[in-house]
Design a protein. Structure first.
Length: 209
C-alpha cells in the first residue's frame, strides 16, 4: 500500500483529499513533518482560496522547499486546485503579483469570463499520452471552483518545457491539468469529482514507486 502525505499548511479541504486518496487504496497522513513529506511515496498539495494566502501558508511550514526537494529527487507530487496554481512562477490576483514555487513556468491570472468563479462540472480535453486521464472516457466531467488559472496565452513555456497540458474552457481555454515527470496537478477537484476523480487519483497512485 502506497504512503501518501497530504501537506498540511493551513489550507482547507485537506480531509476530503485524504478520504479520496484512501478510497483508491492509499495509506494517507495529513502532516507538514519534513521527514514524512520527503520520505513518502507521493505528496498531495491541495489548496483553496487565494494564491497569496496559500503561498504564505506553504512558506510558513517550508512547504515550497519540501516540494522543490522532492522534485529534485524525482519523487511524485500532485497539486490540486490552488495547489496546482502555486506550482507556477507567480500568481496575479487583484493587481498583486505573488511569487509561486516556480516548479513550472507561467503566471496564474484571472480568467476572461463573463461569470466567475467558474463553479461546477466541466469537461477536460487531455493530450495523447496522459497518464492521469488513462482509461477515462472523453467527455467525462470534473468539478471546478476557481476564478484564476494558467490561461492559454501564458502556457507556451510550459508546453515547450515538455509538460502534457489538459485543457478546459470557461470563457477562454485554460490549463485544467498538467503532467511532467514526477510533477502532476489538476485545476479541478478530483476529491469532489465522484468516480471520475477517483479514477484519476487511482491513475496517479499507480505511478508511485
Amino acid at each position: 500500500m502506497k504512503k501518501v502525505i497530504v501537506l498540511d499548511y493551513g489550507s482547507g479541504n485537506l480531509r476530503s483529499a485524504q478520504r479520496a486518496l484512501e478510497r483508491v487504496g492509499a495509506r494517507v497522513e495529513v502532516t507538514a513533518d519534513p521527514d514524512a513529506v520527503l520520505d513518502c511515496d507521493g505528496l498531495a498539495v491541495p489548496g483553496v482560496g487565494a494564491f497569496a494566502a496559500c503561498m504564505a501558508g506553504l512558506r510558513a511550514v517550508g512547504g515550497d522547499k519540501l516540494i522543490a526537494r522532492r522534485l529534485e529527487l524525482g519523487r511524485p507530487v500532485l497539486g490540486i486546485c490552488v495547489g496546482m496554481q502555486v506550482l507556477f512562477t507567480a500568481g496575479a490576483e487583484h493587481g498583486v503579483w505573488t511569487d509561486g514555487c516556480g516548479a513550472w513556468p507561467g503566471t496564474v491570472e484571472r480568467l476572461d469570463a463573463g461569470v466567475l468563479p467558474h463553479m461546477g462540472w466541466n469537461t477536460v480535453a487531455p493530450p495523447p499520452g496522459s497518464v492521469l486521464f488513462a482509461g477515462i472516457a472523453p467527455g467525462t466531467r470534473f468539478y471546478f471552483v476557481h476564478s484564476y488559472a494558467l490561461r492559454s496565452p501564458g502556457a507556451e513555456q510550459l508546453a515547450t518545457a515538455g509538460a502534457l497540458i489538459s485543457w478546459a474552457e470557461h470563457g477562454e481555454p485554460f490549463a485544467a491539468a498538467a503532467e511532467q515527470g514526477a510533477l502532476a496537478a489538476t485545476q479541478f477537484h478530483p476529491e469532489k469529482s465522484g468516480d471520475a476523480g477517483a479514477a484519476l487519483l487511482a491513475n496517479w497512485l499507480g505511478t508511485l514507486s
